[in-house]
Design a binder for this molecule. Structure first.
Ligand code: ADP
Ligand code: MG
Length: 602
């Protein structure tokens, strides 16, 4: 099943999928691969998403919601309301909601879900099939509440979100950097419409780690548009107060012209701005040069400098330790920005990908890896094979399943199978087979504990894989709180692709045999527990049973012994059940005796 890749952006959103082995972005009916993240809520009728919504902004700005991503997972108290032309309210817990004209309101995730639904419909139309699984990107600095809100938005749009991926990681994937086997440190400079993000990543043997992030959630191409719009306005009306003090419709008209001119000037060096009928019969024409736009944009772009330097400092890196600088986000199409980044980082920035499509492309690639449709790529920030320990009877007890995103942490409680046991051997295993012996051993550790009756020890085993793929196996005797730690470097996540494929195909080939062996082993463990317990009980109070019952139990016991010898899982399960049923009365008598003894004792 194909998995969609989605860049749910502050300004623009894109969707794609792997088609016939190639990651591609999908265009909507108008032929656009990117739609504005804008939703128009008309006075009556269904909400409208995308370019059509943005066109309504000049007429009814308060009914067009943009930049909703900034509100995801936020409380009203954390938001600067003056940045939003539409009214915001708080829910009972203080989280932001967007107020609609009719007295109703929507949560940011409900609004985002409308964008996701639109994208999903685009993808389904383009691919000609229903699709309901997705990878969605978020900024690296998004906290858990913001990531959860993004997942909920997906669910509301009818999507199962298989993975939330950091935008810079997705960008690095699109640039193909996961393929370089060695160690690389990269900066991802992402200047979008409303936000600026700088992330420093380290890629080590295909494992991505975010070393640091910095940015400004109110810095981007929009600010450049404002500056250009203000310039156009004062050129047109030199004696009037600023554009910001004019009515909303006029402001939006000028900003749209400004943005169009800015984009044109990323290619051309001069652009003629033509605004007929600004007001009734007023016209405006002005030749705008790239030089002017650069002069206006420069102070805005300059603001990214300190943020970049801080991110480098936090990552404890010097400029010359960066192997690559990636340009991401529509605003990095400006030659000014490209030059600025090259000067700042003292190296040519990598512009080999479309900057406004890389994040979406990375999401598509990640989706392709997850669904298995991009087979030659194995991204090692997931566990390629299951990790676990050997448990009673030689079974594989999985603690971290295959394909778990790292970092990851999971644990389980174990006990002693034998009375008077004073230690337990923890064998750390990797693989997909049901029996421990068929999987690979990564290491082992002997865990000592106080001897006692069977089942008296309480040994917690915890697996923790950090961002670098290092597996730490922590075992704790919960009675004494004594810990034993076993560290396994890389082997847990860094497995040769061929060996991963071989292990998986073996597990598929042996699935049936393995499963019946597991069922048999589990049943045998049960028999081994039942048989001595029945013997003991019979010796103790067997004389209180009538002849028929006693015989039934002995027959059932013999049947269990025979089934164990026969190696037949189903026969053994059946025999265990029969023995269980036959000993109901015996168990009841045993319980009565235990109660009577207890009362006599007091
Ligand atoms: P986001 O990640 O915030 O959703 P994008 O990466 O799509 O945003 O970037 C959108 C911004 O990029 C807008 O401000 C837009 O004006 C700007 N942009 C897009 N194309 C160009 C271009 N050719 N030249 C300059 N700026 C551009
Ligand atoms: Mg973006």
């Amino acid at each position: 099943m194909a998995i969609l890749g989605i860049d749910l952006g502050t300004t623009n959103s894109l969707i794609g999928a792997v088609d016939s082995g190639f990651p591609i972005l999908l265009a909507n009916a108008e032929g656009h691969r990117s739609i504005p993240s804008a939703i128009h809520f008309p006075e009556s009728g269904d909400p409208i998403v995308g370019a059509a919504a943005l066109r309504q902004r000049a007429l009814s700005p308060e009914r067009v919601v943009t930049s909703v991503k900034r509100l995801m997972g936020k409380r009203l108290s954390e938001v600067e309301q003056e940045h939003y032309p539409y009214p915001l309210v708080a829910d009972d817990e203080g989280f932001v909601r967007i107020a609609l004209g009719d007295g109703g309101s929507l949560s940011p995730e409900e609004v985002s879900a409308l964008i996701l639904k639109e994208l999903k419909a685009t993808a389904e139309a383009a691919m000609g099939t229903p699709m309901d699984q997705a990878v969605i990107t978020v900024p690296a600095y998004f906290n858990d509440a913001q990531r959860q809100a993004t997942k909920r938005a997906g669910a509301l749009a009818g999507l199962t979100v298989d993975r939330i991926v950091n935008e810079p990681t997705a960008a690095a994937l699109a640039f193909g950097l996961h393929k370089s086997k060695d160690h690389a440190r990269i900066a991802v400079y992402d200047l979008g419409g409303g936000t600026f993000d700088i992330s420093i990543l380290e890629i080590r043997e295909g494992v991505f780690q975010v070393l640091s992030t910095n940015g400004d959630t109110y810095l981007g191409g929009d600010d450049i548009d404002h500056a250009i719009a203000e310039h156009l306005w004062t050129t047109y009306q030199p004696n009037q107060s600023s554009l910001a003090e004019q009515d909303a419709t006029l402001q939006i008209k000028f900003r749209e012209e400004a943005e169009a001119a800015k984009k044109a000037l990323s290619e051309a060096t001069e652009h003629l701005v033509r605004m007929p009928f600004i007001k009734k019969d007023k016209h405006f024409e002005h030749a705008l040069t790239r030089e002017t736009v650069d002069r206006l944009a420069r102070p805005i772009v300059d603001r990214t400098k300190a943020l970049c330097l801080r991110a480098l400092h936090d990552a404890k890196l010097d400029l010359d330790q960066l192997d690559e600088v990636l340009l991401v986000g529509g605003s990095t199409r400006m030659p000014l920005v490209r030059q600025f980044v090259t000067d700042l980082f003292q190296q040519e920035a990598n512009t080999s990908q479309h900057p406004d499509e890389t994040v979406a492309m990375g999401a598509v690639i990640q989706g392709g890896i997850l669904s298995g449709s991009l087979r030659n790529l194995v991204l090692l920030d997931v566990t390629p094979l299951s990790l676990g320990i050997e448990s009673f009877g030689g079974l594989m007890n999985v603690i971290i399943p295959r394909n778990t995103t790292i970092p990851a942490k999971a644990g389980e409680m174990f006990t002693n199978a034998m009375p008077d046991q004073s230690s337990m051997l923890v064998r750390v295993l990797q693989g997909e087979r049901e029996m421990a012996r068929d999987n690979w051993e990564l290491g082992q550790v002997e865990v000592p504990f106080e001897a006692g009756p069977k089942g008296s020890a309480r040994i917690g085993v915890q697996f923790q894989i950090d961002e670098n793929g290092i597996l730490e196996v922590l075992t704790r005797d919960t009675k004494t709180n004594k810990d034993t730690v076993l560290e396994i470097k890389h082997a847990a996540v860094d497995v040769d692709d061929k060996r991963v494929e071989a292990m998986i195909s073996e597990s598929v080939d042996h699935a049936f045999d393995d499963m019946s062996e597991r069922v048999f082993t589990e049943a045998k463990l049960k028999s081994e527990e039942l048989l001595p317990a029945v013997d003991q009980a019979l010796a103790l109070i067997g004389d209180q049973l009538d002849y028929g019952e006693r015989h039934a139990i002995l027959d059932a016991t013999a049947a269990v012994k025979q089934a164990v010898a026969s190696n037949d899982a189903n026969q053994l399960k059946q025999a265990n059940t029969t023995l269980d049923d036959a000993t109901q009365q015996l168990a009841a008598l045993l319980m009565q005796k235990a109660l009577a003894d207890a009362n006599a004792g007091t």
